[in-house]
Design a binder for this molecule. Structure first.
Ligand SMILES: *Cc1c(COP(=O)(O)O)cnc(C)c1O
Length: 419
């Protein structure tokens, strides 16, 4: 018997919690059965039933060139025949570190890890080790992966499930985590090791930093001798060549990356100045390690992706995002649907409310109002995939052409009329 989405989901639920290996993939907040992907190509994914979808999930960001890009496939194939992991350094690790540091002013060195979660978790340890302080500040609705000390008032899947944090995280693990509202510069005292921020919040829909917010954080950190960490796991190498630090002209002390830099394979990274990175083992006393860190397949895929991410590519991606966002906004306006489609360069969001939120409280009111689920299913019925949760961003890729955008906008107009 051939697989169907329903039959696979039933079997998946028997052996995998909720049938998914990351909660954001579950259809819990929108209802229904997840599509099981058989293959993907460019802007499309194809499910096990042979149905084609125009895909705006794009692995939640990593597939910035589109799925199964020939350059990435051949880089992975070339690497694979030379072995998949060595436990010894490689040239590609040097090349990708050189590529990253050359793009980001002030970031002299990077350490490669295998996920965004590992990047932020390690960056916090480094910040604490560097400053000799314990306290960290994070912002409500920002998501920094699932390490214990950061699982407080998180966006993305945590918000989608209506959780404030996670069971199993001890009071001690979060005792030194202070949560502040996004877009308000908090009080930073001399107990604070690091202020962690998504320079564009992209895990509570898409929320731009208010004018002066990032500059205010920089000043407050400097005054208190605290470090500033930009979690650029989404914005890094997606927004522009140098990420959010370049875009906004504000330099943090520590950067975290993920998603785009692995070219679709598991990779993350964190970086800082020579001085700060000098505190990391084996140079310094802050320990951090990984058996598969700098994995040869991941660095090959990441390098191939980065080589395609030129200034022209970012212009192209911004143009695609603009056509999509403007077209969606026009379709909602024409249908009289209260919706805002925010766009910052190549990043696109969607809120079913009259005004764009500026923080987690205002984002939650909109994300939890139930309209997104109807829109999601209307689009899915028309062969267009969005993330199955209102807190996620929309990810057009460089493989999306005018034809896909047009097809998408026709669907948006139809679904909008039905809302
Ligand atoms: C996705 C994400 C993470 C976590 O990355 P993983 O690779 O899923 O562990 C961290 N920070 C931000 C801003 C993210 O969007």
């Amino acid at each position: 018997m051939t697989n169907t989405n329903a039959s696979l989901f039933e079997r998946a639920q028997a052996v995998i919690p909720g049938g998914v290996n990351s909660p954001v993939r579950a259809f819990g907040s929108v209802g229904g059965t997840p599509y099981f992907v058989a293959r993907a190509e460019g802007p499309f994914v194809f499910d096990v039933e042979g149905r084609r979808y125009i895909d705006y999930v794009q692995s939640y960001g990593p597939s910035i060139l589109g799925h199964a890009h020939p350059a990435i496939i051949s880089a992975i194939q070339d690497a694979a025949v030379r072995g998949t992991s060595y436990g010894a350094p490689t040239e590609n690790e040097v090349l990708i570190a050189e590529e990253m540091t050359s793009r980001v002013a002030g970031m002299d060195k990077v350490r490669l890890v295998s996920s965004g979660t590992e990047a932020t978790m390690s960056a916090i340890r480094l910040a604490r080790g560097t400053t000799g302080r314990d306290k960290i500040i994070k912002f409500a609705g920002n998501y920094h992966g699932h390490s214990d000390s950061l699982l407080v008032a998180g966006g993305s899947g945590i918000a989608q499930q209506g959780l404030v944090g996670s069971e199993g995280v001890t009071a001690g693990a979060v005792a030194d985590t202070v949560v502040a509202p996004y877009n308000v510069v908090p009080e930073v005292d001399e107990d604070v090791a690091v202020v962690c921020v998504e320079p564009i919040a992209a895990n509570m829909g898409l929320v731009a930093p208010a004018a002066g917010f990032l500059e205010g954080l920089r000043d407050a950190c400097d005054a208190a001798g605290a470090l500033l960490m930009f979690d650029e796991v989404i914005t890094g190498f997606r927004l522009c060549r140098g990420g959010a630090a370049e875009w906004f002209g504000v330099q943090p002390d520590i950067w975290c990356f993920g998603k785009v830099i692995g070219g679709g394979l598991p990779m993350g990274a964190f970086g800082a100045s020579h001085e700060i990175m000098g505190n990391l083992a084996p140079l310094g006393g802050v320990y951090q390690a990984g058996t598969l860190s700098g994995n040869p397949l991941a660095t090959a895929a990441g390098l191939a992706a980065m080589q395609h991410l030129t200034v022209e590519a970012y212009d192209q991606l911004s143009a695609i995002a603009t056509r999509l966002a403007d077209g969606m906004q026009a379709a909602f306006d024409a249908a009289g649907v209260a919706a805002v489609v925010p766009r910052i360069g190549p990043l696109v969001g969607l809120f079913f409310g009259a005004t764009a939120p500026t923080d987690f409280d205002s984002a939650k009111v909109i994300c939890d109002n139930g309209v997104y689920a109807k829109f999601f299913h209307g689009m899915l019925d028309r062969g267009i995939t969005l993330a199955p949760g209102a807190y996620e961003a929309i990810f057009p890729s460089l493989a999306h052409t005018d034809a896909e955008i047009e097809e998408t906008l026709v669907a948006v107009a139809e679904v909008a009329a039905s809302l």
